[in-house]
Design a protein around this ligand. Structure first.
Ligand SMILES: [Zn+2]
Length: 147
């Protein structure tokens, strides 16, 4: 029986001038039920506080992770921008970013490489032939190496 129903019942007994002997046991039951409810409320309160603390910790952890990820992204963007330093032949800005290196289609076996760039400013692609370090590239038929 709900506490409110018990109170209503006692109220009716008093209104009808029932004897103390009839009302007293009802009040006793009401007291026991109220005590049990108090214990239950305390348990729920402890559980609630525990869940609240876990929730707040989870939110804090999540916010820290989000912050760390944003910092990592910011660092990567800086690195990405710093690697774009080649002079773009189109817009003439040092915004060319190396995106690939392949052996030259004809002179690859002589160590000649082709570097492929994309400009982070104008978005155009271009490439450059690169000789092996310390070597002078001579086209076939351009004369002997040591005249
Ligand atoms: Zn450009």
């Amino acid at each position: 029986m709900s506490l409110l129903k018990m109170i209503d019942e006692i109220d009716t007994l008093i209104t009808n001038s029932a004897s103390i002997a009839t009302i007293k046991p009802k009040l006793h039951t009401l007291r026991e039920q109220t005590q049990a409810l108090d214990v239950e409320v305390s348990r729920v309160k402890i559980k609630y506080d525990e869940l609240q603390a876990r929730y707040e910790k989870a939110v804090a952890d999540w916010q820290k992770q989000e912050f760390d990820l944003k910092q990592q992204v910011a660092k990567l963007q800086v690195v990405d921008d710093e690697s774009a330093t080649d002079l773009c032949p189109y817009c003439k800005r040092r915004k060319g970013k190396l995106i690939d290196i392949k052996p030259h289609s004809v002179f690859g076996n002589m160590g000649v490489k082709v570097e492929y760039y994309r400009c982070t400013n104008c978005g155009k692609d271009y490439d450059q032939e690169k000789l092996p370090p310390g070597q002078i590239f001579r086209r076939p038929g351009s004369g002997p190496l040591n005249p």
